[in-house]
Design a protein around this ligand. Structure first.
Ligand code: WTA
Length: 634
């Protein structure tokens, strides 16, 4: 990877140009630095119109050989993972590369012993404890496809995801800690598994020592199994295009999309981008506060850092527990050098007194990162002034579950930063802005739909079980190009700024929420006739959800407060508490086009209290309903 490391802006432009002129040569040079059982016959084959892409064709490898084994000779005693527990009184754990090797091998042997084979899907529903990292890597070692489901999701959301990819096994724990709460994970799994016939076994790690029920013949405690297997395990030989994992993301229609990532390209890309964007050096301690249940955790807590032999922090807790100094206490304690978090966390912490920050020594910090949603100017400055002490570049990294790795971002110490701008494409990334007529918009100071016009190694290959949906969602709006679903502007020097989603996905506290599945959940309530959900700007969460709900006659007679509570309960059960409505308005009708489509544009404006210019409402079937909704808006 060394050849294309970027150390100055001048070098960035040189490397970038080369990556566009000769992408195959560029990526093959970078890929030389990894361990392969067999190298590729071809670097790249693709037909974007068909959503077909292959990188490192016919190459063979195992990603865990690259993330663990190859470091043992030089870095066996180096800390791979620092586990920082939820409770600050509980000691942190330093897991060395030697330890990690042993733990992953054992886990891999347990999985094999339980009948898991290459290509089988394993669902991982664990809190942020070391077993999560170990389980993920163990799957990769034996070629099983991991499907990590964020442990904040409800049992219904979990079972939909297990069913969709027909997982054979679930790995979970008795419970999980999050701030002052204990979450009954095993209970949620039990409920989810009531209709998941593909599941043959459940392995349970011990974390909270809560009492749980174990189903005979299906459930087993993990530890005794680990105690009885060997600590070496041969890594499966994987094709570069063999699936590595499935990770679900929300779509603008009902069913979640199981984004499938493959092995070779994903490894090369996450490793290269990690090293460059964060300018990671051998002695650094890197901390990404995401959960491994999201793509950020997959790519930039585990695979990218470990492929670089880095020390990566895994934090079990939340930024507000036991107090608002927790993040800064952890930075101080472990002498964190790169810190990567989400704007929603920054905004929440910026609301508190700066005494929480100044109380700790943050002088170890070199680079700050932001991910998941646009960072507003105020939050950017607070981060820069109070956390970075104006000395740490902020890398505002734009990317997606689908892209596998960071796409647009400053490179620390090379790219001059600009608040709220993700700045420039990383080497190998070819962004374009498109207008409504599907033409590429040339030049600067322009706005359009953000697309990528050339393949990059970490892009998702398909949606599990539904290639047609993959093609339709991402490659049809602008044929031959990958459509991101985001709008963006390009300023006078060519810097990009993401303006937000152009579809029906709302990003709440950095979590992608499709409005359709939330509406489906609400509509299941017996008193609800119809509903429409839109996002509106929120001071801390970035966006929050506003629900417009039409009641059935039976519902009309009921107490509104109770209904509100019940509807939110439905949402919690179907999706998870993160999808609860911030505001809810009962309405007598929804603005609809003559073809019966809800005009969300109008609802979005009402929810944002921006009703001065609602645009053309004359094509509505029921224009009179608009003034009623505005009058009663909350
Ligand atoms: C948004 C998270 C502005 C964007 C890695 C994207 C951002 C969606 C940024 C993907 C950023 C992510 N600035 N917006 N730096 N990073 N987004 O799949 O709308 O959870 O499409 O991946 O988050 O969210 P996802």
């Amino acid at each position: 990877m060394g050849v294309y490391e970027v150390k100055s802006l001048e070098q960035y432009f040189k490397v970038y140009k080369r990556s566009v002129r000769e992408p195959r040569k560029f990526w093959s040079k970078i890929a030389e630095d990894f361990v392969w059982y067999k190298k590729w016959d071809q670097i790249l084959e693709y037909r974007l119109e068909e959503a077909e892409v292959k990188w490192f064709v016919n190459a063979k490898l195992n990603i865990t050989k690259n993330c663990i084994d190859r470091h043992l000779a030089k870095r066996g005693d180096k800390t791979a993972i620092i586990f920082e527990p939820n409770n600050p009184e509980e000691p942190a754990q330093h897991i060395t590369y030697n330890d990690l090797y042993e733990r992953v091998c054992k886990m891999a042997n347990v999985l094999r012993e339980q009948g898991i084979e290459k290509g089988d899907r394993v669902c991982i529903y664990l809190p942020m404890i070391p077993e999560l990292a170990v389980a993920v890597l163990a799957c990769a070692r034996i070629g099983a496809i991991h499907s990590v489901v964020f442990a904040g999701f409800s049992s219904k959301a979990l079972s939909t995801r297990i069913q969709d990819s027909e997982c054979k096994m679930v790995i979970t724990s008795d419970g999980g800690y999050r701030g002052n709460k204990t979450i009954d994970l095993k209970g949620i799994v039990d409920e989810a598994l009531e209709d998941c016939p593909s599941i043959q076994s459940v392995l349970v790690a011990k974390r909270t020592n809560t009492e749980i029920s174990m189903k005979e013949g299906r459930d087993q405690w993990l530890q005794p199994l680990l105690d009885n297997v060997s600590n070496v395990s041969v890594a499966e030989v994987m094709d570069a295009e063999d699936p590595l994992f499935i990770l679900y993301t929300s779509g603008s229609t009902g069913r979640p999309k199981g984004m499938l990532h493959t092995t070779g390209g994903y490894m090369v890309y996450t490793a290269y981008t990690f090293k460059n964007v964060f300018q990671y050096e051998e002695k650094d301690v890197y901390w990404c506060t995401a959960d491994i249940g999201w793509i950020t955790g997959h790519s930039y807590i585990l695979y990218g850092p470990l492929a670089n032999g880095a020390t990566t922090v895994m934090f079990e807790g939340v930024p507000s527990y036991p107090d608002y100094g927790r993040f800064w206490e952890v930075v101080d304690k472990h002498k964190v050098t790169q810190f990567y978090t989400a704007p929603t966390a920054i905004r929440a912490l910026a609301k508190q007194s700066t005494d929480w920050v100044t109380k700790y020594d943050l002088s170890s910090l070199k680079v700050l990162g932001s991910v998941g949603e646009p960072i507003n100017e105020e939050a950017w400055h607070w981060y820069n002034d109070h956390v970075g002490n104006k000395k740490c570049p902020i890398v505002d990294t734009w990317w997606q579950t689908e892209t596998g790795g960071i796409m647009l971002s400053p490179i620390a110490f090379s790219t001059p930063t600009k608040p709220t701008y993700a700045t420039l494409p990383l080497p190998g990334v070819q962004p374009v802005l498109m207008d409504d007529k599907r033409n590429e918009i040339e030049g600067n100071q322009v706005v359009g739909s953000l697309c990528i016009k050339f393949p990059w190694p970490a892009m998702a290959r398909t949606i599990w079980g539904d290639h047609r949906r993959y093609k339709e969602t991402y490659f049809s709006a602008f044929p031959g190009k990958y459509f991101t679903g985001d709008g963006a502007l390009r300023d006078e020097v060519g810097y990009y700024r993401i303006t937000g989603r152009v579809d029906d996905v709302v990003i709440v506290s950095g979590h992608n929420l499709g409005t359709a599945p939330i509406e489906d959940a609400i509509n299941e309530h017996p008193a609800v006739a119809e509903s429409a959900i839109v996002g509106f700007p929120h001071e801390i969460k970035g966006n929050a959800l506003y629900g417009f709900i039409i009641l059935k006659e039976t519902g009309e007679a009921r107490n509104r407060e109770n209904l509100t509570r019940e509807i939110n309960q439905y949402i919690s059960e179907h999706i998870g508490p993160i999808a609860k409505l911030e505001k809810l308005q009962f309405v007598s009708g929804l603005p609809k086009t003559r073809s019966g489509k809800i005009m969300r544009r109008i609802l979005r404006k009402i929810a944002s209290k921006d009703t001065s210019n609602l645009g053309d409402t004359s094509t509505l079937l029921n224009p009179e309903v608009v003034s009623e909704i505005i009058e009663n808006a909350v």
